[in-house]
Design a protein around this ligand. Structure first.
Ligand SMILES: [Zn+2]
Length: 107
């Protein structure tokens, strides 16, 4: 039996998220404004916020992850930048055609 590992508050190695090992009361606090109006006292993660105030995800990092995130809720692409640009070009072309027809055949 390892007595040192059974004692409370003995350093057992580095914790996750960069928090220092040892006394958990010395961990950096979140400080986000709570619904009560007081600063959050939850232990902060590496990004300065606790697990409940935006501490978890900061978005995809890899190119594959970013692509997957972009296409995760892809429905039909009607409002995609490419489709919008294409529709805009077609509308301009139609307007030019109408102008030309108006010049050729004035009423
Ligand atoms: Zn918090």
């Amino acid at each position: 039996m390892n007595l040192q590992n059974d004692l409370p508050h003995t350093p057992r190695g580095w914790l996750k998220n960069g928090n220092p090992p040892g006394d958990f009361t010395k961990a950096t606090r979140c400080g986000a404004k709570t619904r009560k109006g007081t600063p959050c006292l939850g232990p902060a993660m590496k990004n300065g916020k606790c697990r409940m105030h935006g501490g978890k995800s900061t978005g995809a990092k890899t190119i594959n992850g970013k692509l997957r995130a972009q296409t995760a809720n892809w429905r039909h692409g009607y409002y995609s930048v490419k489709a919008k640009r294409e529709r805009s070009k077609i509308h301009k072309l139609i307007a030019q055609c109408n102008d030309t027809l108006g010049e050729l055949f004035p009423c």
